[in-house]
Design a protein around this ligand. Structure first.
Ligand SMILES: [Zn+2]
Ligand SMILES: [Zn+2]
Ligand SMILES: [Zn+2]
Length: 278
């Protein structure tokens, strides 16, 4: 499975558009890996995870062609993860051949509501219904798309909707745990992970050096406790790649500082454009 981290920031991006805090100023000076766009992942060049406001920018920046994308899975409805309005671009006249292969978006009830709102209120295309479909999904109800077996799990994030993280297994049996946005997992998700062998783990690190443990996001301390528990459960071992992503100015650590702070942990610190194959 080949992971392409297209964007690795939280909602506001980093440097944040309207922010002049010390961490945004430091990121502006350091540039490089400290310029982070809104979160999105491309798996094996064909499965998109999340559809945020930087999707178009990602297509240009990494020289990608999204016209062949048939499946998009959404974690939740927050603006950095789902910019429903731009789904109209999949239809005529924004895309000329969108009706020749429908793209299906999978997401929770709130995302479904937003999709329907786009169809009813925002859609000014000729044929969006022929070009984009929506499947409502629920935690712990697995579904199949060509090449993948996907199990949504509960996140701890926003109580106003069922936020999801994902177990994604490909045809070779390689399994990814994709876990943002979330705090330390809830009990039902731990139970679902029982007996599952993971080949890669990708974790929310929005809070960086902030030691807050009870939150809808994680920082390094929470990341360490999740990894420790996954090892105890034999889901992973010392060689399993663990990637941290979804960073924010509120976490306070620039890319190199994150690397320094996690040298003993052997975590991979994601950056925009990072590719990882396992
Ligand atoms: Zn987010
Ligand atoms: Zn800032
Ligand atoms: Zn969120």
């Amino acid at each position: 499975m080949k992971l392409h981290y297209l964007g690795t920031a939280a909602a506001e991006g980093w440097p944040a558009m309207f922010c002049d805090c010390i961490n945004c100023q430091r990121a502006r000076e350091a540039k490089g890996k400290n310029y982070r766009s809104r979160p999105q992942m491309l798996i094996d060049k064909k499965l998109l995870v999340d559809f945020g406001p930087d999707t178009f920018y990602h297509m240009m920046k990494y020289d990608l062609d999204f016209s062949g994308i048939r499946h998009v899975i959404l974690t939740h409805s927050h603006t950095d993860h789902f910019y429903s309005t731009e789904l109209i671009l999949r239809a005529f006249p924004y895309a000329l051949h969108g009706n020749q292969g429908k793209m299906t978006v999978y997401g929770n009830e709130k995302c479904h509501w937003m999709f329907l709102r786009t169809l009813e209120v925002e859609d000014d295309s000729a044929n969006m219904r022929d070009c984009v479909g929506f499947e409502e999904i629920r935690a712990f109800v697995p579904f199949e798309i060509p090449g993948y077996h996907i199990t949504p799990l509960h996140a701890v994030h926003d109580p106003k909707e069922e936020c999801l993280i994902y177990l994604i297994r490909d045809e070779e049996g390689k399994t990814l745990l994709y876990a943002n946005d979330t705090g330390v997992f809830p009990e039902d998700t731990w139970q679902a992970l029982e007996g599952i062998k993971l080949d890669c783990v990708s974790l929310d690190c929005t809070l960086g050096k902030d030691p807050t443990m009870e939150s809808g996001h994680m920082g390094l301390q929470a990341n360490r406790s999740v990894v420790e528990k996954l090892k105890k459960m034999d889901c992973i071992d010392d060689r399993t790649p663990v990637v941290l992503t979804h960073f924010s100015h509120n976490g306070g650590l620039l890319h190199e500082e994150l690397e320094d702070a996690t040298r003993k942990d052997d975590f991979l610190i994601a950056y925009d454009g990072m590719v990882l194959e396992f």
